[in-house]
Design a binder for this molecule. Structure first.
Ligand SMILES: N[C@@H](CCC(=O)N[C@@H](CS)C(=O)NCC(=O)O)C(=O)O
Length: 203
């Protein structure tokens, strides 16, 4: 299988963490591409976004949520728990909602970075304020949320969002006044799969 990715992408990182946690690395070749320019990426995903997973029979999965659930199923993982009542700690709906919040941080942070790369006269302060507002409010919710003891896709997505915030210095003071989130993140970052996929090691 081929996983189109970039070492900086928080969405691709979710899938790369699951590959490592479930010992699937021998089955998955990671192919680094630049989504802005890669024609190869556009051939496999009309949206020209990463991650993309191309299976050995050439069938193609797009979007990190789909790819992560496929890899979890393939590797017999528990990152996507079975359905149960809403709110159950470590349950499916809570995990998926947490994933949506983590992905939401990544989406807003990526959009903030792209906005900063536009020519000076075309940048929108209103857009930047909107993205930073989304991130701030989501971090405040996560500070109160509490996390599952056995990480789910929700915990992975949140960690990837926070890692991207740090990597691109989108909100350097996010830890201030959020001690629970800070401590949980610091402990979770010790997982080998988080360490080996950390964008912090990139130049
Ligand atoms: N919802 C998608 C988001 C993927 C995404 O936005 N990836 C970014 C890289 S971090 C991308 O490829 N951006 C290229 C673009 O928007 O042109 C997912 O979860 O996979």
């Amino acid at each position: 299988m081929k996983l189109y990715m970039s070492p900086a992408s928080p969405f691709a990182r979710k899938a790369r963490i699951i590959v490592r946690e479930l010992d699937l690395a021998r089955l998955v070749e990671e192919i680094a591409v630049n989504p802005a320019t890669s024609e190869e990426l556009q051939r496999v995903n009309p949206l020209r976004k990463i991650p993309v997973l191309v299976l050995n029979d050439s069938s193609t999965l797009i979007d990190s949520k789909v790819i992560c659930e496929y890899l979890d199923d393939l590797g017999g993982g528990r990152f996507f728990p079975g359905a149960g009542p809403w709110g159950e700690p470590g349950g499916r709906w809570r995990a998926l909602t947490l994933q949506a919040l983590g992905d939401g941080i990544s989406e807003a942070a990526v959009a903030r970075v792209y906005e900063g790369r536009r020519p000076e006269g075309e940048r929108s302060q209103a857009a930047v304020d909107k993205y930073l507002g989304q991130i701030t409010r989501t971090l405040d919710v996560l500070e109160r949320a509490g996390f599952a003891e056995k990480p789910t896709i929700g915990e992975i997505a949140v960690a990837c969002g926070l890692g991207y915030l740090d990597f691109r210095e989108v909100m350097p003071g996010w830890r201030d006044a959020r001690p629970r989130l800070r401590d949980w993140y610091e402990a979770f970052c010790k997982y080998p799969a988080l360490q080996s996929t950390s964008p912090a090691s990139l130049p």
